[in-house]
Design a protein around this ligand. Structure first.
Ligand code: ARG
Length: 296
């Protein structure tokens, strides 16, 4: 009798792709205000430790051969280290961020200046949005979060700017206030099976959003509450290597089972501001790579 139905399927071979990203050194990092439940301004932070830990993330990315650009940190903007919020870049166009909280609003123009200097065309935002914190490219669609930070009207705006289909997902737990705290993109380009996969935290979404995720990503990794509670999902993948929080041990195991290579880093100091690996990483999606070239 055959028991193939119960045998685990072999994970497809994973292919690492070279990533091109933007980062910001946490030179001026601290927690001086509270705009998410992770932040406790009354508790001390250690800026030099934040810099050291951030440097360890840079070191990992360098070892992986990533092409890293840096934006100059600005004094008085302690959250600027979370570069993912600086905008959304695709096809040579940077859709600028328009932050919800006044404390971060000056970051929007600062990042737009960087994009312009880098030769990108900047689409100035009208609607409130926090960049790649809430917009995640997967294949030829953009998953877009709302509920806490980015306004759903920005989903229409980014659809116009990018010409891509945008799928709205509603976040319901204030601890997971940006989409990149609740979903990890595992494949910047489709894997050998022709699909791109994600990992996500079910309890972070409302029911209609969950139905979309379940239908679209039947093989997704379902993250544990424990891993999500240290922002374990806030990770960055090149298609094979997945840089994650070192404490997200179950997630690491789940990734290994699917043929990925999890690499743990400790960003505990930056977690005090409510951010992790992905928050520190803005994907620049250079033209001619990934899905920035339309596939027929
Ligand atoms: N303190 C920052 C804020 O609340 C953290 C941003 C984290 N970034 C992210 N992409 N999830 O805005």
């Amino acid at each position: 009798m055959s028991n193939t139905a119960t045998e685990p399927q072999a994970a497809p071979a994973r292919v690492a792709t070279k990533r091109t990203i933007l980062m910001c050194k946490p030179t001026h990092y601290t927690v001086s205000y509270r705009i998410n439940p992770w932040m406790h301004p009354e508790e001390p932070t250690d800026t030099s430790k934040a810099v050291e830990q951030w440097q360890s993330l840079v070191d990992v990315y360098e070892q992986l051969g990533f092409d890293i650009s840096y934006i100059e940190p600005i004094e008085g903007l302690p959250d600027m280290v979370y570069a993912a919020n600086g905008g959304f870049v695709l096809d040579g166009v940077a859709y600028g961020a328009k932050f919800q909280y006044p404390e971060r609003q000056p970051e929007g123009p600062a990042y737009m200046d960087w994009f312009r200097d880098a030769g990108l065309r900047v689409a100035e935002p009208v609607e409130t949005n926090e960049g790649e914190g809430d917009f995640l490219l997967i294949d030829d669609v953009i998953l877009a979060g709302t509920g806490f930070r980015s306004d759903s009207s920005s989903h229409e705006e980014i659809a116009k700017v990018s010409g891509r289909q945008v799928i709205t997902l509603k976040l319901v737990n204030p601890n997971f206030y940006h989409l990149d705290t609740a979903i990890a993109i595992l494949d910047p380009v489709p894997d050998a099976s022709g699909r791109s996969n994600i990992a996500y935290l079910e309890s972070a979404f409302d029911e209609p959003s969950l139905a979309i995720l379940r239908e679209r990503f039947p093989d997704a990794i379902i993250a544990t509450e424990e891993d999500a509670a240290i922002l374990g999902l806030n990770s960055y993948s090149d298609g094979y290597n997945v840089v994650i929080a070192s404490r997200a041990t179950t997630f690491a195991e789940q990734l290994r089972e699917k043929g990925y290579n999890p690499i743990g880093v400790d960003l505990s100091e930056l977690l005090l501001g409510g951010g992790g690996v992905k928050c520190c990483t803005l994907d620049l999606h250079p033209v001619g790579t990934d899905t920035s070239v339309a596939r027929s």
